[in-house]
Design a protein around this ligand. Structure first.
Ligand code: ATP
Length: 319
C-alpha cells in the first residue's frame, strides 16, 4: 500500500473535516501518499482528486462541512460505472480508499472492495443510523445544535405560556429527536421507530396544563410527521397557543463538538491502519468506547435500533 485516497459522500456532517485531517496525517505519518477525492463518488468517477499534504488539512479540525465537498451520485450504483471507476483508480495508482459517509456510501465502498480496490468506511452522518457503531461522526454536534435551540425556545415558551413543536432531522432514525428531547426536557418525543399517538401527546399536554405547567416542548423527528401538522393537531385539540420550529439544515452545520472531533480522529486512524493491514470492505465504529472494525456486509445486514431504555427514561422524566 503506497497511495491511498479519502473522500466524503452522502449528507455532510460536522466532524468530517476532522476525519479527513486524521486520514491525511496518519497516512503521511506511515509514509503513504494521500489523495483527496472531490464530491464523493461523483468526483471519483471522473478522477477529480488531488494530492494532500500535511498543510492541506491545516486549520480544518474545527470547521463544519467538508473541504472535499460531498455529493450524491446515483450513477455509481451502476456496475459498469463502478468498473470504469476502478480502471481509473488503477491508472492513478490508488491502492486503497477511505470513504466517510452513511450507509449508502458504505454500499459504494463495498462495491469498490469487491472489484479489488480495498476500501474502508468511516460512519459520518448526523442521523446516527449506522449499525455496528454506537455513534456516527456529526451526531453529537447535531444534538448539541438542537439542544441549543430548545434551550432558547424554552425561555420564550415559559414567558408566553406557549407550546412549541420542534421538528428535528431524522427520516428513519429518531436518535437526534430522542437525545435532544431527553437533554432538552421535552414533554413528548415522537420518533419513527415507535408508533406515534398524538392523542397521548395531547393527553400529556392537558395533564401538564392542569398541574400548572407554563410551557411545553414537543420534539418530533421529520420522519414521523411535519412539525406543522403536529402543531395544527395540538392547537385544534387543546386550543393552546402552539408554535412550530423546523430546525432544518442548521443541524448539519457548525463547528464539530469535541466528542465528534475525537471520534473522527480515532476512527480515521483505525481506517488507515486497516488499509495498511490489507483489510478491505470493512467499516470502523465505536462500540463501548472501543474502536472496532466490522465487515460492511455484516453491518448493513443489521437494523439500526433506537435505545429503548433511553426512550423509556425520557417518558418517565417528562411527566
Ligand atoms: P446520509 O446518511 O447522510 O444520507 P449516505 O451515505 O447514506 O449518507 P446516500 O445518498 O444513500 O447517502 O449514498 C451516498 C452515495 O453513495 C450515493 O450517491 C451513491 O454514489 C453511493 N451509493 C449509494 N448506494 C449505493 C449502492 N447500492 N451501490 C453503490 N453505490 C452506492
Amino acid at each position: 500500500m503506497k497511495r491511498i485516497a479519502v473522500m466524503t459522500s452522502g449528507g455532510d456532517a460536522p466532524g468530517m473535516n476532522a476525519a479527513v485531517r486524521a486520514v491525511v496525517r496518519k497516512g503521511i505519518y506511515h509514509g503513504l501518499e494521500v489523495y483527496g477525492i472531490k464530491r464523493g463518488f461523483a468526483g471519483l468517477i471522473i478522477g477529480e482528486m488531488e494530492k494532500m499534504e500535511l498543510s492541506s488539512v491545516a486549520d480544518i479540525i474545527h470547521r463544519g462541512g467538508t473541504i472535499l465537498r460531498t455529493a450524491r451520485c446515483d450513477e455509481f450504483k451502476d456496475p459498469e460505472v463502478q468498473k470504469k471507476a476502478v480502471e481509473l483508480l488503477r491508472e492513478k495508482g490508488i491502492d486503497g480508499i477511505i470513504v466517510i459517509g452513511g450507509d449508502g456510501s458504505f454500499m459504494g465502498a463495498r462495491a469498490l472492495s469487491n472489484l479489488g480496490i480495498p476500501t474502508i468506511g468511516i460512519p459520518g452522518t448526523i442521523d446516527n443510523d449506522i449499525p455496528s457503531t454506537d455513534y456516527s461522526i456529526g451526531f453529537d454536534t447535531a444534538v448539541n445544535t438542537a439542544i441549543d435551540a430548545i434551550n432558547k425556545i424554552r425561555d420564550t415558551a415559559t414567558s408566553h405560556e406557549r407550546t412549541f413543536v420542534v421538528e428535528v432531522m431524522g427520516r428513519n432514525a429518531g436518535d437526534i429527536a430522542l437525545a435532544s428531547g431527553l437533554a432538552g426536557g421535552a414533554e413528548s418525543i415522537l420518533i419513527p421507530e415507535e408508533e406515534v399517538s398524538l392523542e397521548e401527546v395531547v393527553k400529556r399536554l392537558l395533564q401538564g396544563s392542569k398541574r400548572g405547567k407554563l410551557h411545553s416542548i414537543i420534539v418530533v423527528a421529520e420522519g414521523v410527521a411535519s412539525g406543522n401538522d403536529v402543531g395544527e393537531y395540538i392547537k385544534g385539540k387543546t386550543g393552546f397557543d402552539t408554535r412550530v420550529i423546523v430546525l432544518g439544515h442548521v443541524q448539519r452545520g457548525g463547528a464539530p463538538s469535541s466528542f465528534d472531533r475525537i471520534l473522527a480522529s480515532r476512527l480515521a486512524a483505525k481506517a488507515v491502519d486497516l488499509l495498511l493491514d490489507n483489510e478491505a470492505g470493512k467499516m470502523v465504529g465505536l462500540i463501548n468506547n472501543n474502536v472496532v472494525a466490522t465487515e460492511i456486509k455484516e453491518a448493513l445486514s443489521q437494523k439500526h435500533e433506537i435505545d429503548k431504555e433511553m426512550l423509556e427514561l425520557a417518558r418517565i422524566l417528562s411527566i
